[in-house]
Ligand binder design. Structure first.
Ligand SMILES: C[S@@+](CC[C@H](N)C(=O)[O-])C[C@H]1O[C@@H](n2cnc3c(N)ncnc32)[C@H](O)[C@@H]1O
Length: 450
């Protein structure tokens, strides 16, 4: 079993009171000389001794709490054994989950204000809860399940040189083995500690709609290559990762190569190595939110819809159900996800078409939409894609974001181009971690009298 990693003993130790949450899970405080310090492992309100681990930026330092001098009442014993041993899985496992949700809401609001340049009271208006009109103004991150543990239906484990499966340490290539994370649904990791796998491989592990387990091993990845200056950046890195992964040999070790997942009446067959939302309740709740947002507008019908970064078409299904008529175009770069979509929608009397390729390129030749749903990866959609969406003049845009800062930036790009956010809903889709998922409804300014 591995022990908790410690920063170098030579790094300076500071005493700091942290007072607000940052996007990314750290807590932020100021040193006596005014320098901002982001502290991992601290809760706003606490005074901690922290070892400085990064002084590269001029305006702030990064540090890790090593001694909690004045603990928060919300501090709990570590909920996740793997994180206790240094794994990067559950970075907020030391905070009572309800309070962690409050902190995540504050961090999301902070990002929408600082990165998106939206006024806090406008953000509160977007989040007003129709079912609870007397609730105090706040973002309010909604739970997807009663419990902060046992929610993940899709996970990845790495395999060390001795063939043992485990999780990466925080920001490290080393593995924590012999202790499990608490995110996976019950039974998902049972017995894996006793098995041995191909050294350097990766395991994709999935629980399907019937709670049956499927495990596929991905062969060790080829060493990374050098890239030209043009091919750098987060989007390029994601493209490369997708392409490297698609070329890795796979071996089914348990169950099938694809797993069935259900949303409403539809059932998709998704490769075990492919993409499906991690939280077992996420696809259903997001699809309901997309449907509710679109239904709340007076979009003209029949409506042409784009489901961008649509994967297997969960939101396309919600659009078909909500709008009854019209056509839906799913765009994604993943051929297997689109094949899963084709299989589902071929059985229906609905007009759903799939298009494989980069969103920015494909949408140039699609028929103009009344409704656009976009669910980009963590890098967000960015200027090029948003320019092209706005040029097509949709009446309704629903933006789904899994990275708060990119989500805020994308919403700002839409508002700079004549759209207004009217509703927003955020979900605790990754309990025990700092991540949140947020969904926003946008309409042209003219539709809301701006
Ligand atoms: C966050 S997932 C969402 C998938 C789907 N909406 C769902 O909820 O299941 C993002 C999807 O975008 C696709 N993708 C990522 N970058 C892309 C790009 N530049 N062009 C087209 N598809 C992309 C991935 O293959 C993935 O299916």
């Amino acid at each position: 079993m591995s022990s908790t990693p410690q920063p170098p003993l030579t790094a300076p130790v500071v005493t700091v009171r942290v007072d607000r949450p940052a996007n990314g899970g750290d807590a932020v405080g100021r040193l006596d000389d005014g320098r901002v310090v982001f502290v991992r492992g601290a809760i706003p309100g606490e005074t901690v001794a922290a070892r400085v681990v990064d002084t590269r930026a001029e305006s702030f330092w990064r540090a890790e709490a090593i001694d909690i001098l004045d603990p928060s009442p919300h501090r709990v014993d570590m909920i996740c054994p793997a994180a206790t041993h240094g794994a990067g899985c559950c970075d907020l496992a030391f905070i009572e989950p309800g309070h962690a949700r409050t902190l995540k809401a504050q961090a999301l609001e902070d990002v929408l204000v600082r990165v998106g340049h939206f006024a806090a009271d406008r953000v509160h208006d977007w989040c007003a809860d129709d079912a609870n009109p007397d609730a105090p103004p706040a973002i309010g991150i909604r739970s997807l399940s009663d419990d902060a543990t046992g929610w993940r239906v899709r996970t990845r484990l790495a395999v060390d040189a001795a063939g043992r499966s485990g999780q990466h340490r925080f920001h490290s290539g080393d593995l924590v083995v012999g202790v499990d994370c608490v995110q996976p649904v019950a039974g998902l990791l049972d017995g894996l500690d006793d098995r041995r796998f191909t050294p350097g491989a990766e395991l994709a592990i999935v629980a399907d709609a019937a709670d049956r387990r499927h495990i596929t091993e991905l062969a060790p990845a080829a060493p990374p290559q050098r890239h030209s200056r043009r091919d750098r950046g987060r989007s390029a890195a994601q493209r490369r990762r997708r392409s490297v992964e698609s070329r890795r040999a796979t071996t089914v070790l348990e169950g099938d190569a694809a797993a069935r997942h259900r949303v409403g009446e539809r059932e998709w067959s998704i490769p075990v190595t492919g993409f499906w939302q991690a939280h077992r309740m996420a696809p259903t709740r997001y699809a309901q939110t997309v449907a509710e947002f679109v239904a709340s507008t007076d979009v003209s019908r029949p409506a042409t819809c784009w489901d961008l970064y649509g994967g297997a078409g969960v939101f396309a299904g919600a659009l078909v159900d909500t709008l009854d008529t019209g056509e839906v175009h799913i765009v994604d770069s993943d051929a297997a996800a689109l094949a899963a979509a084709d299989a589902v929608f071929a059985e229906e009397d609905s007009s759903v078409a799939t298009h494989r390729g980069e969103v920015a390129d494909v949408i140039k030749s699609l028929p103009a939409p009344e409704v656009v749903v976009l669910d980009p990866p963590r890098t967000g959609a960015g200027t090029r894609v948003i320019d092209r969406i706005v040029a097509a003049s949709p009446q309704v845009v629903v933006h789904v974001g899994c990275d708060a800062a990119r989500f805020a930036r994308d919403l700002a790009l839409f508002t700079e181009r004549g759209y207004a956010v009217t509703r927003m809903r955020a979900f605790d889709a990754f309990p025990l971690t700092h991540h949140v998922e947020a969904i926003a409804l946008l309409v042209p300014n003219a539709a809301v009298g701006v």
